[in-house]
Write a protein that binds this ligand. Sequence first.
Ligand code: GRF
Length: 199
Amino acid sequence: MKVAIFASGNGSNFESIASSEELKKLGLEIEILVCDQPQAQVLQRAKNHHIKTFVNKLSDYNNRSEYEKAIVEKLKPLEVEYILLAGYMRVVTKTLLSNYPNRIINIHPSLLPKYSGLEAIHRAFLANEPVTGVTIHYIDEGVDTGPIIKQSKVVRLQDDTETRLESRIHQTEHQMYRAVVRDLLIKNNGVVNNEKSIN
Ligand code: GRF
């Protein structure tokens, strides 16, 4: 199954997926990393894994639609089936969504619909939330909205610091994203085998 990963920053979720031997064995092929920030750490991670990159800056285009059209043109010849957003700091609009309906997945560090948007971990920590967590969902045109695939809770511990909470949330994210991709691969492999047996 061919996927593109979109990221803007550190790329620890990208790393966790790209370095998973299990996902590779199940047929995951990361065709390309799409990144809107030329200085992002995730670009080096992609190079280390010999994964192609497409650095695409919104400011190089007249509008968001042209920016996303350039992405679609890049992905089509690669036959990308799913897009995994992993810390991609841009709202996705119709241009991309209509080309990949129900095929764009996002990860967010809160129990959506709570704490959608930026700085979710920080805001949940400041609000003394006893429980926060991680959500993986298909996206629609809203900010951190769309059908939920999986949610996991992360409990705030006594004497927790924001750094420690954040680190546990990231660990949860990595496990969850790998699990969701694993399920997708298994489902996809089932469909492929089924098609083979029909033919
Ligand atoms: C993660 O917390 C993810 O949930 C959010 O952006 C962060 C990306 O982290 N959307 P990384 O770049 O994968 O380390």
